[in-house]
Design a protein around this ligand. Structure first.
Ligand code: NAD
Length: 411
């Protein structure tokens, strides 16, 4: 069998996967689709001038791209449009890796799972924050029983996006980033904890605070950040914090507190492990160390090695590699990592009430959600639309978006 033929849909963030495929040659990059000319040209330039690869076919139209001869597709298009494209690709016989997030509504979550089950194709979720050396070590140690049963966890992705907001929204009032609620982009904060522990969240309660001028000045009108409290299937409580906060600590914080120890990602490549191996309460040892990457080729890649791992594990899973299958994030875990963001906003708009998170592995739990299109994206939500903006009456004036657009166009 020759190399796998892969296409990439979306060539902005998709450039990370494009460059990796060109660099490693793990699979053959055969097609790229992006409707935006500069992204399109940039990917062609990179392939042809940097790597001397001239046999990629470039498309601006997905309907033509999907007809290309390819085994698998990486989705790096708009974050709220992944599920319908993934389903079309799976139905066409392709394996799919999806960038964050997996689905925009509960209805899509059900449909995505059922498409993967029906087609039997590989679906991998590119939650790259799971794959730093420290987070992989936390997973190993938790699953080894070193800290016992989880009692409490923290997962934080505090990313003040205000300086890059014009460039990542193009000054478009209707860009998905300007329409999503504060809770939506949750898999960087929540995903790694689920990945480490293998535990499923069963209930979500979320809170958000108003955006400050440093955010509204660049067109952002959702809650500045979201604080989410999850109850896990074993009763543990998981506090998750995400998004636009100024912070004086590493933007990502992950910690696990078990009943015989604790693990903490120190944010500087080190892990702090407190273990009560003695069997005596409060008599344990703390050990701070720097684990190396279990995928050494990942060392140089972005997001602490995570960018390399997602694509590498996707390709390995398709090829039947058992290690890749063990470490890749499949569709059920993908949905678990994403639906707290949808249901968390349901919690907020209903007065911060706890909302049940279903186990969509169980077909009996799916029917309740088959027609649930609750979300903040008007075209997807239909009559279940709810605004992402609870704080800026009437929205922001056009001038704000025009200014952001100018900034984006001026680089
Ligand atoms: N995991 C990470 O660390 C990380 C980082 C950045 C972005 N992302 C994810 O990557 C995805 C893309 O984000 P982005 O930053 O590139 O910004 P983006 O969403 O603005 O860009 C999407 C790209 O896809 C193209 N596109 C979208 N729909 C298309 C269509 N129907 N036909 C042709 N082209 C189409 C657009 O032209 C654009 O170039 C999102 O899902 C985002 O969440 C993940």
């Amino acid at each position: 069998m020759g190399k796998l033929k892969i296409g990439v849909f979306g060539a902005c963030r998709g450039m990370t996967m494009i460059s990796q495929l060109l660099q490693t040659g793990e699979a053959e990059l055969v097609a790229i689709c992006d409707k935006y000319e500069p992204h399109f040209s940039h990917s062609r330039k990179e392939a042809e001038e940097k790597y001397g690869v001239c046999n990629i076919t470039y498309y601006t139209d997905f309907d033509e791209f999907i007809c290309h001869d390819m085994d698998a597709v990486i989705l790096a298009n708009y974050a709220n449009e992944h599920a319908p494209y993934a389903i079309r690709l799976l139905e066409s016989g392709r394996h799919v890796m999806s960038e964050c997030l997996a689905c925009a509504t509960m209805k899509e979550a059900v449909e995505l799972i059922e498409a993967v089950e029906r087609t039997g194709k590989v679906y991998t979720f590119a939650e790259n924050y799971c794959y730093t050396p420290v987070r992989l070590e936390m997973r190993r140690r938790y699953r080894n029983g070193d800290i016992g049963e989880l009692m409490y966890a923290e997962g934080e992705y505090t990313h003040d996006c205000s300086s890059i907001w014009p460039s990542i929204t193009c000054g478009d009032r209707n860009h998905w980033r300007n329409l999503m609620p504060s809770t939506y982009y949750c898999s960087h904060a929540i995903g790694p904890i689920l990945y480490m522990t293998g535990l499923r969240p069963v209930s979500v309660t979320s809170f958000e605070a108003p955006p400050r001028p440093f955010l509204t000045n660049v067109g952002y009108t959702a809650g500045a950040y979201a604080l989410t409290i999850l109850t896990m299937e074993n009763g543990a409580i998981f506090k998750s914090l995400q998004f636009n906060l100024k912070h004086n600590h590493p933007g990502n914080n992950y910690q696990l507190n078990g009943d015989i120890g604790a693990l903490k990602d120190m944010g500087n490549g080190e892990i702090n492990a407190y273990i009560e191996a003695s069997g005596e309460n409060c008599n344990g040892e703390s050990n701070i160390y720097r684990p190396s990457h279990i995928f050494p080729e990942a060392e140089e890649s972005g997001h602490g090695g995570g960018d390399y791992c997602t694509t590498h594990l996707f390709i390995g899973s398709i090829l039947g590699d058992e290690t890749a299958k063990k470490y890749a994030v499949g569709v059920y875990d993908a949905v678990d990592m994403c639906i707290p963001g949808i249901l968390g906003y349901k919690s907020i708009v209903n007065g911060n009430i706890p909302v049940e998170i279903p186990n969509l592995r169980d077909p009996k739990e799916r029917d309740k959600y088959r027609n649930d299109t609750f979300c903040t994206f008007p075209d997807i939500a239909g009559d279940q639309y709810v605004s992402h903006n609870r704080f800026v009456p009437g929205g922001l004036p056009d001038e704000v978006y025009e200014e952001a657009r100018r900034k984006w166009l001026n680089g």
